[in-house]
Design a protein around this ligand. Structure first.
Ligand SMILES: C[S@@+](CC[C@H](N)C(=O)[O-])C[C@H]1O[C@@H](n2cnc3c(N)ncnc32)[C@H](O)[C@@H]1O
Length: 256
């Protein structure tokens, strides 16, 4: 995924090759631009399906429903959706930390936490997935939903996930993937490239950010290749599950 040219290491920003050090700034511009309407756009673009995919992730997480302490780190957690869903499914020992690089997304998340009465159970911390501001072995589970493809150096983010998990801790990653149902792939491409950018323009005033979104999905590694990256980071029992004909995949692994 990362390549070297004469000017140094490059990576993808959508379909463009960019210096790896520039990608994060471009990604941050995208999410600053859409933060306030991010949740509405998720519902419109996925026709509500992102809720189903996130529920599948929470079922796999299976947080304790009793008072046993359970610390979740939700990286690239944005406006807090995964953490709120996990909190709803958990007992009193549950605590989530949403870590995201973008203050605009975190601000929306903090407002939602207050509105939904989660402020005691969910914290919001600004930080980079590639260099997490947490000690080694400090979380029972690590989730990242629709976040990892935005991170310039995925291998670093995976190494950091491994570092901050306690032995016995669970890694779960929900991400757009590759449609594997004949016929659906053409409809999905048409919907993605013809409808999503104009929809993004109508709702957020920003078509380019949603053009990046659909392009970045096409550039993300295929499920088997991504499983291999997770294994290379040290995780055991790595597997993946395809959802909605491959539109999304849920990858998981354990730090043993
Ligand atoms: C598509 S949103 C996903 C938000 C949330 N997880 C959800 O499922 O609704 C992607 C998030 O990744 C964050 N992000 C991008 N690069 C990051 C990085 N290097 N470290 C932490 N967060 C990052 C963005 O700021 C954005 O909030």
């Amino acid at each position: 995924m990362k390549t070297m040219d004469k000017g140094g290491e490059t990576t993808h920003f959508g379909f463009r090759d960019v210096p790896v050090d520039d990608k994060q700034t471009l990604v941050n511009d995208v999410f600053h631009s859409v933060a306030k309407r991010y949740d509405l756009m998720n519902d419109l673009m996925s026709m509500g399906l992102h809720r189903v995919w996130k529920d599948v992730m929470i079922q796999a997480l299976n947080p304790p429903r009793n008072d046993a302490p359970f610390a979740l780190l939700d990286v690239a957690g944005g406006t807090g959706d995964i953490s709120f869903r996990a909190a709803k499914a958990s007992g009193y020992g549950f605590h989530a930390t949403v870590c995201d690089i973008n203050s605009g997304m975190l601000d929306v998340g903090r407002e939602r936490a207050v509105a939904q009465h989660f402020e005691d159970r969910v914290d919001f911390i600004e930080g980079n997935a590639e260099a997490l501001p947490f000690p080694d072995k400090s979380f029972d589970a690590y989730t990242i939903a629709f976040g990892i493809r935005n991170v310039p150096r995925i291998d670093r983010a995976l190494a950091e996930a491994y570092r901050v998990l306690k032995p016995g801790g669970r890694f779960l990653c929900l991400e757009f993937s590759a449609v594997d149902v004949p016929g659906l792939d053409r409809i999905y491409d048409l919907f993605s490239f013809k409808l999503i950018p104009p929809m993004g323009k109508a709702v957020t005033g920003d078509a380019e950010s949603y053009q990046y979104l659909v392009e970045s999905i096409r550039k993300f590694p295929k499920p088997n290749a991504f499983s291999e990256m997770i294994s290379d980071a040290g995780f055991s029992r790595v597997k993946h599950q395809s959802l909605s004909g491959g539109i999304v995949a849920l990858h998981s692994g354990w730090r043993l």
